[in-house]
Unconditional design. Structure first.
Ligand SMILES: [Zn+2]
Length: 1013
C-alpha cells in the first residue's frame, strides 16, 4: 500500500521542468495519526491551493508523519519542501517544523522550516514557499519524517505542508505545476485573412495568486505578455502554434479562466476586429490526446474558456467556452416561469454587475447575455450604453476611474496634477454618453492614527486645523505651545486625551479633504457632473463603530466630501442581515444636509439566500435608497468573483424583486421618507472612545434600534452636532447610548426633556465628555442619580459572535419576563416619585422611569438590546424551527424559490425575538405617544412609509420568515387615496378606520402597498 500510494514523478518533457530523477511526494500521502498531522484542504481563498489537500499540523501536540521513498541512485540531493510561511506577527503565527531523512534509525539529514519570517516579502501572508536542505543519500529506501518544532500549537492558518521534491539537479527550483496533470493547447488560425498575430492569454484565477499573462506563438508558450522574438514568430492565416504546455496557468484545485485573444501587440485598448481560429486542448502534445476543441470565428478578438483544475476525458465537459455558458444561461432564463406582477424598472436604476467588453466578445454573445439580464429585470451594468445595450433596454452605466494618487500614502499630499490628468484622460470615452455615477474607490477608509503620528505634513495641517478652523483653545490640548501640538496614537489615549480625540477626528478630516478633491475633479471631467461616490464598507455594522474605518458619515457628507452616498449590505458575520438597514439609516441621516442620493450594493452571491437578498433590498428601498446594484452576477467566464450566474432560485427571486421595484417606481422614485418621531443620538464621540476597547455599547445601540424596527417604529439618527444645533426639537422620543457625549449636546437634550421630551438613557450612557473626562451633564440637569458603570465584559468581534457572551445575571422586567445582563451595568438610585421598571437578582434597580420637568427619562442600568439579540441568536442556534408539517408547509409562493423551506434554511437571520426586552425598549415610544405611520398586525415585518406628490408607498419585508395569511396594514397618511394597490396583489379594498387607511393582504416575503392621491 505504501508504495502504491506514492507518486514518484518521472517526468520526461519538457526539459525546463522537473529533472527526470526528481522524486515527488504529496505531503497528504504521508502516514500519520490524523490527529497531530491531518490531511485536509486549505480553507483560505487568499492562500494558494485552496481546496487541494495538504498535510496540516497546527493542532494536536507533537507527532510525526512519515513516508518511505525509493532513492534511485546514491548522490547529493536537494530536499525541497513546499509549505506555508507566515510573517513576523506573534510567535504562534508561525508553525515551524522539522523534516528528517532517515535510514532505519539513522538520521541522514534534516532541515528546519518556517522558524523565521521569510527573507523575501515577509508581509505577504497566506502563501506557500519552496525551501530546501541538502542530503547525501544512498540508493534504496529512505524515510522522510515530518515533526513539529516549537510552538507545537500554532495559528490554524499555517503549518500546512503541500509536497516534497528530491532532486540531484542543484539548478532546478521546483514549481508545483511541474507535478500537476498537464494541459496542452494548440491554436490554429483559420483561412480568413489577418495581419500576423500571436495569441495573448490572460489567466484569471478563482483564488490567489490571481493573475498571469502568457503568449502563444510559433515559439510556443512563453510566460510573458508578448513573444520574446516579436513578429518573427507571429502566425499568419492558416498557421498554427506548436503544442503549448499551459499547465502553469491553471490552478490544480480550481482551474482558471483564460482570455485567449488574437493580438498584434500587448494592449488593453486596441483589439483586433475579429478572430478566425481553432483552439485544441489536450492532455498530451498529441492529436490523439485532444479532449476538447473550440472554433472561434467572426467579430470580437477572443475566446474565453473556463478550465477545470485537472483536465482529462472525464472532466472535459467542465471545460467550457463563453458561448457554451451563454447558451446554458439562455436556456435557463427561457425555462423560468414569467413574473405575473410588476414590471422591469425604467426610472429606478437597478444595476447588475455585468460587463462584457465589446472588443473581446462577439456582439451576438453580448446581446444574448444582456438579453438574459434584461429578462431578469435589470437596467444597468458596467459597460457604456451603446446601441446594442440600448436595444436590450439598458439605460444606466457607471465608471470607476480609480485615480487614487497621493504621495507618501498621505491624503493631505494628493498628486493633484496627476489626478487631474487621469480624470481628463479617463473621462474622454464618456463625453458622448455620461455615466450615471462615478465610483471613485471601493472600500476606502481613513488612514490609521499611526500615519498622522509619523507624517510631518499631517502634523502641520493638524495644528493649523485645530487653531484656525476648529478654534480649539491651546490650554484644552494639554500643551504649552502650538509647536508642541501633534497627532497622537492610541498609546496616548489616557495621557493626552484631548489630542487623541482630535487625532481621531483628524483622520476623517484628511480623508474628507482627499475625497472632496476627487469629487471636484470628477465633476470637472465628466459631462453633466454625475454624482461621485465611494463605496464605504459596512464597518458600521461589523463592529457597530464608524471609527473602525474612520468613515464618520456625518462629517464626510456634511462637508460635501462626496455628492452621493454608497455602501454595501455584506453584513458579514452580523447577528442578522437586517442590520444592513442600520448602516443605510446612518447614511440617510448623513446626507440630509445636502439631500444627496444613497446607493447600495445588494450582495447577492457569497451564499446569500434568495429570501435574504430580497429582504435586504427592501431594507434599502424603505430607507430611501435610490440606486441598487446586485453584486456579483458574472457571467462566470468574465471574472473570478463568486457569482449568482446560473443560480436558478436566485434568478427567480431577482426576477420578482426587479418587477416589484418597477411596479412601484411610479410612486417610489419621487417619494421621500417622512420624518420619524423617534430619534437615536449617534454619538461619534463614543465611537472614538470605544473603538479598540469594546463594541458592546455600539451593539446595544444597534439591537435596540432593531427592536424598535420590529415594532414598526421608524427611527431617524441624529449626530451630536445635530442635537447641539436644535435638530432634536421636532422629535418626541430620543434614545441615547454610549459612555461619551459631546459637551455642547447635553444642554439641548436636557432642555428638550424638561419641555416634555421622552429620553431613553442606556446603561452607562453619557458619563464622560468628548475628552473622556468624567462628566454627568444630564444627571445634573435632569435630577438623575446613577452610580459608576461596572464593566463586566468587553467584546470586539462581529455581531454573530455575541452568543459567546456569558450572562452576568438576570434582570426581572416589570410587566413580565426577564432579560440577561451582558457587558456593563450601572446602579440607579431612585426616589419615591420614580417608577422602577426592572430589577436585578439582588433587588437592585436596573431600569426606572423618572419624571423630569414636563418630560420623562427612562434610565436603564443594563443593555436590553444585547439580551434581545442574544436570545434570538440562541433560539436560532439551539431550538431551531420545527420542520413544516405535511399539511402546513411554510409555503413562500414566490415561484418556488423558497417553497417549503424552513426559516433556518431560507435565511441566515434569527426569527424568534424575545418580547420582554422589546417591550422594555418600547416603553419610551409609548410614553411619548409616538404615532407610527404604519401599524401592522404582526411584529418583525419591516415597514416604511415614503410619500411624494403622486402618492405614497409602504414597503413590507417579512423578517418573521413565515408567511402571513392575513396581514393588516394601517396607514396614517393624512389624506384619502383615490386608489390602493399592492405590487404583488393588485387592487386592494381599503377602509378608513380611526383616521388610518386599513388594508389586508397575505404577505409571503416582500411587497409594496401603493396609495395614489
Ligand atoms: Zn500625512
Amino acid at each position: 500500500m505504501m508504495w502504491s500510494l506514492l507518486r514518484v514523478a518521472l517526468l520526461a518533457l519538457p526539459a525546463a521542468v522537473a529533472p527526470a530523477e526528481t522524486i515527488f511526494v504529496q505531503a497528504e500521502e504521508f502516514e500519520c495519526d490524523s490527529r497531530t498531522w491531518i490531511a485536509r484542504e486549505q480553507n483560505s481563498p487568499y492562500a494558494p491551493d485552496s481546496g487541494v489537500k495538504h498535510l496540516w499540523g497546527a493542532t494536536g501536540g507533537q507527532g510525526a508523519a512519515r513516508r518511505t521513498v525509493q532513492v534511485p541512485a546514491a548522490g547529493r540531493y536537494r530536499v525541497w519542501v513546499r509549505h506555508t510561511v507566515m510573517d513576523r506577527r506573534g510567535p504562534t503565527s508561525r508553525g515551524a517544523f522539522l523534516v528528517r531523512v532517515l535510514q532505519g534509525q539513522t538520521v541522514l539529514a534534516e532541515g528546519r522550516f518556517d522558524e523565521q519570517p521569510p527573507a523575501q516579502d515577509p508581509a505577504r501572508v497566506h502563501r506557500y514557499d519552496w525551501n530546501h536542505f541538502t542530503a547525501d543519500l544512498p540508493a534504496g529506501p529512505v524515510t522522510l519524517e515530518l515533526s513539529k518544532l516549537p510552538p507545537l500549537i500554532c495559528s490554524g492558518y499555517t503549518r500546512y505542508v503541500d509536497c516534497l521534491a528530491l532532486t540531484t539537479d542543484d539548478r532546478y527550483v521546483p514549481h508545483e505545476s511541474d507535478f500537476q496533470p498537464k494541459v496542452w493547447l494548440r491554436v490554429k488560425l483559420g483561412p480568413a485573412q489577418t495581419t500576423p498575430i500571436y495569441i495573448h492569454c490572460f489567466a484569471d484565477h478563482f483564488r490567489a495568486p490571481w493573475y498571469q499573462h502568457a503568449s502563444l506563438s510559433k515559439s510556443g508558450f512563453e510566460p510573458r505578455v508578448a513573444p520574446a522574438r516579436g513578429k518573427a514568430v507571429y502566425l499568419s492565416a492558416g498557421e498554427a502554434t506548436p503544442w503549448c504546455d499551459i499547465t502553469s496557468l491553471i490552478h490544480e484545485d480550481r482551474g482558471a479562466r483564460l482570455e485567449l485573444r488574437g493580438a498584434e501587440k500587448y494592449s488593453y485598448e486596441e483589439w483586433l476586429p475579429s478572430l478566425d481560429a481553432t483552439f485544441e486542448f489536450a492532455t498530451a502534445p498529441d492529436e490523439a490526446a485532444v479532449v476538447k476543441w473550440f472554433a472561434r470565428q467572426g467579430p470580437g478578438a477572443g475566446l474565453v474558456v473556463v478550465t477545470p483544475g485537472v483536465l482529462n476525458s472525464r472532466t472535459a465537459d467542465q471545460l467550457k467556452s463563453d458561448a457554451d455558458y451563454c447558451a446554458q444561461n439562455q436556456a435557463l432564463a427561457g425555462s423560468l416561469p414569467p413574473v405575473t406582477f410588476g414590471r422591469r424598472p425604467e426610472r429606478f436604476p437597478f444595476f447588475l454587475s455585468i460587463g462584457l467588453r465589446p472588443g473581446l466578445f462577439a456582439p451576438d454573445l453580448r446581446l444574448a447575455e444582456y438579453g438574459v439580464a434584461a429578462r431578469l429585470g435589470f437596467n444597468g451594468g458596467y459597460d457604456p450604453v451603446d446601441p446594442l445595450l440600448t436595444s436590450a433596454g439598458f439605460r444606466y452605466t457607471r465608471t470607476g476611474p480609480s485615480v487614487w494618487f497621493m504621495d507618501h500614502g498621505c491624503y493631505l499630499q494628493p498628486e493633484t496634477e496627476r489626478i487631474r490628468q487621469q480624470f481628463a484622460a479617463k473621462s474622454q470615452a464618456w463625453q458622448g454618453a455620461p455615466p450615471s455615477l462615478v465610483m471613485l474607490m471601493d472600500e476606502p477608509s481613513a488612514k490609521p492614527l499611526e500615519h498622522a503620528v509619523g507624517c510631518a505634513r499631517c502634523a502641520e495641517v493638524f495644528r493649523s486645523w485645530l487653531r484656525d478652523e476648529r478654534r480649539v483653545v491651546l490650554a484644552e490640548l494639554g500643551r504649552d505651545t502650538w509647536a508642541a501640538v501633534a497627532p497622537v496614537g492610541t498609546d496616548q489615549r489616557d495621557a493626552a486625551p484631548a489630542l487623541y480625540y482630535w487625532s481621531q477626528r483628524f483622520r476623517v478630516k484628511a480623508f474628507g479633504d482627499f475625497l472632496r478633491l476627487q469629487t471636484a475633479e470628477a465633476g470637472r471631467s465628466y459631462p453633466g457632473a454625475p454624482p461621485a461616490t465611494v463605496n464605504f464598507s459596512d464597518g458600521a455594522v461589523y463592529e457597530a463603530n464608524l471609527y473602525l474605518m474612520g468613515a464618520d458619515y456625518f462629517e464626510l457628507f456634511r462637508s460635501r466630501a462626496l455628492t452621493m452616498a454608497w455602501s454595501e449590505d455584506w453584513s458579514n458575520i452580523a447577528s442578522t442581515y437586517q442590520c444592513a438597514g442600520y448602516n443605510v439609516d446612518l447614511l440617510r441621516a448623513a446626507v440630509k444636509y445636502h439631500d444627496q442620493p444613497v446607493g447600495m450594493y445588494l450582495i447577492t452571491s457569497y451564499g446569500r439566500t434568495p429570501l435574504d437578498v430580497k429582504l435586504k433590498a427592501y431594507s434599502s428601498l424603505g430607507r430611501g435608497v435610490s440606486v441598487l446594484h446586485s453584486f456579483a452576477y458574472g457571467p462566470h467566464y468574465t471574472n473570478h468573483e463568486p457569482n449568482w450566474y446560473l443560480n436558478r432560485p436566485m434568478y427567480a427571486a431577482m426576477s420578482e424583486l426587479t418587477r416589484e421595484v418597477g411596479g412601484a417606481e411610479d410612486l417610489l422614485v419621487p417619494a421621500r421618507r417622512v420624518p420619524a418621531q423617534v430619534a437615536f443620538l449617534y454619538s461619534t464621540t463614543s465611537d472614538i472612545w470605544t473603538t479598540g476597547v469594546t463594541d458592546l455599547y455600539g451593539f446595544d445601540r444597534m439591537h435596540s434600534y432593531l427592536a424598535l424596527l420590529h415594532a414598526q417604529v421608524p427611527v431617524d439618527f441624529l449626530s451630536e452636532d445635530d442635537v447641539a444645533e436644535g435638530r432634536l426639537q421636532p422629535y418626541r422620543a430620543l434614545y441615547l447610548f454610549g459612555p461619551n457625549l459631546l459637551g455642547r449636546a447635553a444642554g439641548p437634550i436636557a432642555d428638550w426633556v424638561r419641555a416634555g421630551g421622552v429620553l431613553y438613557l442606556a446603561g452607562g450612557a453619557a458619563v464622560a465628555d468628548e475628552y473622556n473626562r468624567p462628566a454627568r451633564p444630564l444627571d445634573d440637569r435632569l435630577s438623575l442619580k446613577r452610580g459608576e458603570p461596572r464593566t463586566q465584559q468587553t467584546f470586539q468581534a462581529a455581531g454573530r459572535y455575541l452568543t459567546q457572551l456569558k450572562s452576568q445575571g438576570r434582570v426581572a422586567i416589570d410587566g413580565g419576563g426577564s432579560a440577561d445582563l451582558y457587558g456593563a451595568w450601572q446602579p440607579i438610585m431612585v426616589q419615591p416619585s420614580d417608577t422602577v421598571t426592572a430589577r436585578g437578582a439582588d433587588g437592585q434597580v436596573m431600569a426606572a422611569r423618572v419624571v423630569s420637568g414636563r418630560g420623562k427619562v427612562f434610565v436603564c442600568g443594563f443593555a436590553p438590546g444585547l439580551s434581545y439579540i442574544h436570545q434570538a441568536l440562541e433560539r436560532r442556534d439551539a431550538q431551531g424551527s420545527p420542520a413544516p408539517a405535511a399539511d402546513n408547509p411554510l409555503q413562500f409562493d414566490t415561484q418556488g424559490s423558497f417553497a417549503n423551506l424552513r426559516p433556518q434554511d431560507a435565511s441566515y437571520n434569527p426569527w424568534e425575538y424575545p418580547q420582554a426586552e422589546r417591550e422594555l425598549l418600547l416603553a419610551p415610544v409609548r410614553e411619548a405617544a409616538v404615532v407610527k405611520p404604519v401599524t401592522l398586525s404582526h411584529p418583525l415585518v419591516e415597514t416604511f412609509y415614503l410619500s411624494g406628490p403622486p402618492g405614497a408607498v409602504v414597503t413590507l419585508a417579512n423578517y418573521a420568515l413565515k408567511p402571513i395569511a392575513n396581514l393588516e396594514v394601517a396607514i396614517r397618511c393624512g389624506k384619502q387615496p383615490v386608489r390602493v394597490a399592492s405590487v404583488r396583489r393588485g387592487e386592494l379594498p381599503w377602509k378608513l378606520d380611526g383616521g388610518a387607511i386599513v388594508v389586508r393582504l397575505p404577505l409571503t416575503d416582500t411587497d409594496v402597498v401603493k396609495l395614489y392621491w
